[in-house]
Design a protein around this ligand. Structure first.
Ligand code: ADP
Ligand code: MG
Length: 616
């Protein structure tokens, strides 16, 4: 037999990669604008024709490129931003994969003009479907202009897949908002078919928010400022009475990067609990700053997801800071927008006295009451037979979930370090075979040495397999809700929900209505608390939006992954020995225990040999 494996030609590889990076015109907008930010531009202009289907152009006054760099920038994995994998951990640029321009050039006609300040003349390159058509010297201002025309000209299927101009323009504006909000010190302008949609001058954060969302927004904003060892928060939340039916004014930025985090969104909702009507969503514009080493930015280019080392703590800090700010706003005078200079004066913490800001004990409120999915099941289990752990996801009797809802759990805020789910300590003392490190890893011994398990990933694996099973076997049990849940979604979110309805029902969800005005849910999977439903569905919708599943099979899989992610024990959560042990046992009862649903290692082993060697 002759050899049959061939390397794909570059232009084919680029087209495939492009499918990941560029899903729609808005993806191009994002990549080009982020490149302009990375090039230290202070003025960025976005020009759009026909919702980006005909033209997406970004003009910046940044540092520009030399002729060689301009040519190289279209090569895959060509980047000026990282040199080694280590740099990934101290990332402060937006791009780093060196894939965007190569991908865009593979599926469009691109015209690049660029000049560096020290050069007299710049470079003009025309490239179509990865093929350089012309490269010449040209007169052009310092900075870069990249025009992307006829997107998907060589992939008709993708082009046909694009939505109406209204929808595509909406996506573009969303990306524009995200970049503009993250960089108030940079001026931005946006034009669509010749008319100006935005003209944003350099400003402070409050002005930027107001300039984008309208003058009326100013009176709605309540400043949130908090500095702790692990996290700095700054920005605004909307006063409760301005909460909206849609979630279009909810923004989290982590280290100046827009992210979606249903989990942190949940923290904000918790802070607003009791202040806004069911089905309404608070407005927020929040910037979180954390040590870049403590986050794991998903390496996938289009993802807006992020993984924090200690989500649990972030949740608590965020919730309590927002709560605190809300508590203050009615005594603080509404700032008048004319007092420009004072606009960003953070709400004054000096007046607060020396109390530690993050720890507010509210005995009536337990943020993790509903969230401890695993915990609740553990409790339920305790009433049954030890050593017969049901898996964490199935077979739970409904009395278990319901009866133990208020089971005394140590409040997170008062005793963050040992929020044991058991009040009976003697139970815990019985096993000592596992040990939890940094509320993140579980250490256990095995014959050949040592095992170190990532608690979050392991639990995701366990839940994932369970969910997949219940979806395929369709044996899910639901708990009927006494009071149906009413949720609101936007049109595009509803479309996704409808597509997933059958699968969701296979996990135990029961929908009584799904229409424009509301989604009503009358039943839930046994292990899903009502308070988590909005978060789970939101996470799911955002996962589907980002992943665009192409078959029913992949939709089911995505649903299971997404729910597993939402429900899994978080990093930062302390677990009792019994819980640890159960997690370990359940993990190894899985079909594929060694990787998380997203293919990351769930555990590592250290053999005695390796340990011995270290002692040599
Ligand atoms: P990445 O941003 O991941 O490095 P890109 O494909 O987006 O990859 O860009 C490749 C390289 O081209 C960048 O690393 C940068 O050096 C250069 N580049 C792209 N856009 C600009 C710009 N607007 N101004 C200056 N340099 C740019
Ligand atoms: Mg880039």
């Amino acid at each position: 037999m002759s050899d049959i494996i061939q390397l794909l030609p570059d232009h084919v590889a680029n087209q495939i990669a492009a499918g990941e990076v560029v899903q729609r015109p808005a993806s191009v907008v994002k990549e080009l604008m982020e490149n302009a930010i990375d090039a230290d531009a202070t003025m960025i202009k976005l020009i759009i024709k026909d919702a980006g289907k005909t033209l997406v152009q970004v003009i910046d006054n940044g540092k520009g490129m030399s002729a060689t760099d301009a040519r190289l920038s279209f090569e895959r994995h060509a980047t000026s931003k990282i040199r080694s994998a280590d740099d990934l951990f101290s990332l402060n640029t937006k791009g780093f994969r060196g894939e965007a321009l190569a991908s865009i050039a593979a599926i469009a006609h691109v015209e690049l003009r660029s000049k560096q300040a020290e050069d007299e003349l710049g470079t003009l390159i025309n490239i179509e479907g990865s093929e350089i058509k012309t490269q010449e010297v040209t007169v052009t201002p310092t900075g870069t202009s990249i025009a992307v025309k006829h997107l998907f000209f060589n992939i008709p299927a993708r082009r046909n897949f694009l939505k109406s101009n209204t929808v595509e323009l909406r996506h573009i504006i969303d990306e524009f908002h995200r970049v503009a909000l993250a960089h108030p010190k940079v001026a931005f302008a946006m034009y669509h078919n010749g008319s100006e949609l935005f003209n944003l001058h350099e400003s402070n954060y409050r002005q930027r928010v107001v300039n984008i969302f309208g003058m009326k927004t100013n009176e709605k904003l309540v400043p949130v400022e908090e500095t702790t060892e692990v996290l700095t928060i700054s920005g605004f939340v909307g006063k409760p009475q301005f909460a909206k039916k849609s979630r279009t004014e909810q923004f989290f930025f982590v280290n100046n990067r827009f992210i979606k985090s249903p989990y942190l969104n949940h923290a904000i909702n918790a802070a607003f609990e009791g202040l806004i009507k069911d089905g309404n969503h608070p407005i927020y514009f929040l910037n979180l700053t954390v040590d870049p080493k403590s986050i794991d930015i998903n390496i996938h280019p289009t993802k807006t997801e992020i993984k924090f080392d200690d989500e649990h703590t972030l949740y608590a800090i965020l919730r309590s800071s927002v709560k605190h700010s809300l508590g203050q706003f009615n005594i603080a005078p509404v700032l008048d927008f004319d007092y420009d200079t004072n606009l960003d004066t953070p709400y004054n913490y000096k007046d607060k006295g020396p109390s530690t800001p993050t720890v507010e004990v509210d005995r009536n409120y337990n943020p993790f009451r509903e969230e401890r999915v695993a915990g609740k099941q553990v409790t339920a289990f305790r009433k049954q037979t030890p050593n017969n752990w049901d898996s964490l996801y199935v077979g739970l009797e409904s009395k278990g979930t319901r009866d133990t809802q208020d089971f005394s759990q140590v409040e997170f805020e008062s005793e963050p370090e040992k929020s044991s789910l058991f009040d009976d300590k003697s139970q815990i003392e019985t096993t000592q075979s596992t040990y939890q490190l940094q509320n993140k890893y579980i250490i256990s011994t095995i014959k050949s040495g040592m095992l170190m398990i990532d608690q979050n990933r392991a639990h995701q694996r366990i839940l994932y397999e369970g969910l997949l099973k219940s979806m395929t076997v369709k044996e899910a049990v639901s708990q009927q809700l006494l009071f149906p849940l009413q949720l609101h979604f936007t049109g595009s979110e509803l479309t996704i929900l409808r597509q997933l309805k059958d699968d969701l029902e296979a996990t135990g969800f029961v929908f009584s209505t799904i229409d424009e005005d509301q989604v009503e849910i009358t039943g839930l999977p046994i292990n899903v608390p009502d308070s988590e439903v909005a978060m789970i569905l939101e996470q799911l919708i955002s996962d589907v939006e980002q992943e665009v599943p192409d078959s029913h099979f992949s939709a089911t899989d995505l649903l299971a992954k997404s729910m597993a992610k939402s429900l899994a024990i978080k990093t930062g959560q302390s677990l009792s020995n019994l819980e640890q042990e159960h997690l370990v046992n359940s993990l190894f009862a899985c079909k594929e225990p060694s990787v998380s649903p997203t293919n990351r290692a769930t555990f590592i082993t250290l053999s005695i040999d390796e340990v011995d060697r270290k002692f040599m």
